[in-house]
Design a protein around this ligand. Structure first.
Ligand code: UDX
Length: 494
């Protein structure tokens, strides 16, 4: 390991480092706020004046439970500030965390590194003393080594400037918890000095017993994409099983529960349904394939093509099932689409399966009304043509088919009897396998989900009590075996 950064500088930066966080999106804003909560002086930097203005005035510009309170607390200590001024940041910080986005390049599977390169070089050009740049963004393997050379070459600080990689695993909806109490920390370093600096800045978290893996730059970059590929594969695996179940009228819910009993498999990320989306998993598995092909290792991750394809097929299948529930045609059918965010407790609609399905139904001529408790504004920005409701009640009123696309608590907790009173036809597709199937069936709904046998659609507008009784009987049969066994719920996503 190289130790060419001057020893005296190590002491200075390790003692009471001042921190900058470049990029105040999801990851960066959370990181900046949490670092201030740990007691550091922190400066958040972004080119987006609107974001910086919002944060400076104490407002988090996206939905994340617990973050507004954490921002309030951090601001009240006087240790946290935000700026658009890179030279101020370069002078202020001893440790500069890079938290800018690495989106998918338009028309390619590759990651777009423009922002991360710009942030690193802009800072480096103005850093004059010993400092550590720490990349947290998800990047193709090899990026960190390339950036390290580049920043050291162009910075007036020269070799007193080092660069390390410290991938971030936070989940939206649990960002504060995941940042302050992560499962593990990963330090990708090219010098012992960088390792010391990272151990120093994360001391409060390490003292909690958080495991740390110290490795080289390339491995640390790979850890992140390997983790996200694994999670995506697990989700697509159970969704592939759902496809097979659909072919033979088997029950993927029971199948998943049975698999989850095996500790080696485990139940997390084994929830069948509409599949994954968001700003990370989809683009990360694509960028990984692209980078692996560049490196001549494309064959090793070719299976990710299937993972992506299975995921895409769930969306088409959902549209198909809604069409079936509607009686064969979507034209003019009033549909209540519940959810637009890619998952609950988030207002993020990037590559959202929910929004995608709602929009496809709309394009196919259905009279879709979307309701999401938090993501309406973002959904409107992406698809201004998609009608939005201001409440669950408004979305449901007069619906001929209801489709649950994002498993918000508001939807899970709504009483099926009350909802049945609002709709024109009590037909629901639970595309997230999140509703109480028995409760819905009892309340007279034709309940359907992906990868499971289903009760027939009632022929009358509202089912007769006899039809409901038949469906209940069928359901008892389906669930009897499961009830005999000791219940092993799929662990809910934390
Ligand atoms: C993910 C990773 O979990 C996180 O470690 C990484 O840092 C960033 O990417 P996030 O994008 O917040 O986090 O979402 P995550 O909770 O992983 O969910 C991803 C998608 O998978 C969501 O669309 C979710 O609905 C879906 N999902 C999850 C399933 O379809 N089935 C499951 O069983 C679990």
């Amino acid at each position: 390991m190289r130790t060419d950064t001057h020893h005296l500088t190590a002491a200075r930066v390790t003692a009471t480092p001042r921190i900058t966080v470049v990029g105040t999106g999801y990851l960066g804003a959370t990181h900046a706020i949490c670092m201030a909560q740990l007691g550091y002086e922190v400066l958040g930097v972004d080119v987006d004046t609107a974001k910086i203005d919002a944060l400076r005035s104490g407002r988090v510009p996206f939905h994340e439970p617990g973050l507004p309170e954490a921002l309030d607390q951090a601001m009240s200590t006087g240790r946290l500030d935000f700026t658009t001024d890179f030279s101020r940041a370069a002078q202020f910080g001893d440790i500069h965390f890079l938290c800018v986005g690495t989106p998918q390049k338009p028309g390619s599977q590759a990651a777009d590194l423009r922002f991360v390169e710009a942030a690193a070089t802009q800072l480096a050009a103005q850093i004059t003393g010993p400092a550590l740049i720490v990349g947290k963004s998800t990047v193709p393997v090899g990026t960190a080594a390339m950036l390290r050379e580049r920043v050291r070459t162009l910075s007036p600080a020269g070799r007193a400037l080092d660069l390390a990689w410290n991938p971030e695993f936070l989940r939206e909806g649990f960002a504060v918890q995941d940042t302050l109490h992560p499962d593990r920390l990963v330090f990708g370093v090219a010098s012992t000095w960088a390792e010391q600096v990272l151990r120093g800045v994360y001391r409060p978290i390490l003292e909690e017993g958080t495991p740390v893996v110290v490795s080289d730059l390339a491995t640390s970059e790979l850890v992140k994409v390997a983790a996200n590929s694994f999670l995506a594969t697990k989700i697509s695996y159970i969704n592939a099983m759902a496809e097979v179940c659909e072919a033979v009228d088997a029950d993927v819910g029971d199948l998943a529960r049975a698999l989850a009993h095996d500790d080696r498999i485990g139940g997390r990320f084994l929830r069948p349904g509409l599949g994954f989306g968001g700003g990370c998993l989809p683009k990360d598995i694509r960028a990984f394939q692209h980078r692996a092909r560049e490196l001549g290792a494309g064959a090793a991750v070719r299976f990710l093509e299937d993972v992506d394809a299975i995921n895409a097929r769930r969306r088409s299948r959902t549209v198909e099932l809604v069409r079936e529930l509607a009686g064969g045609s979507l034209l003019g059918v009033r549909i209540a689409a519940l959810g637009a965010a890619f998952k609950p407790d988030s207002d993020d609609v990037r590559d959202s399966p929910a929004l995608d399905v709602a929009h496809r139904l709309h394009r196919e001529g259905a009279d879709v009304v979307v309701y999401d408790p938090e993501a309406a504004e973002n959904a409107h920005r992406v698809h201004p043509d998609l009608p939005l409701a201001a409440s669950l009640t408004e979305a449901m009123r007069g619906a001929q088919v209801t489709v649950l696309l994002t498993e918000w608590d508001e939807f899970r907790e709504a009483r099926p009897e009350s909802l049945a009173a609002l709709v024109a036809e009590p037909r629901v597709l639970d595309a997230r396998d999140a509703l109480d199937a028995r409760g819905y069936t009892r309340a007279g709904w034709a309940y359907r989900t992906l990868g499971r046998p289903f009760a027939p659609v009632p022929s009358a507008a509202h089912p007769t009590s006899a039809a409901v009784a038949v469906r209940e009987e069928e359901l008892e049969l389906c669930t009897a075996a499961a009830e005999d066994a000791e219940p092993v719920p799929l662990p809910a996503e934390p």
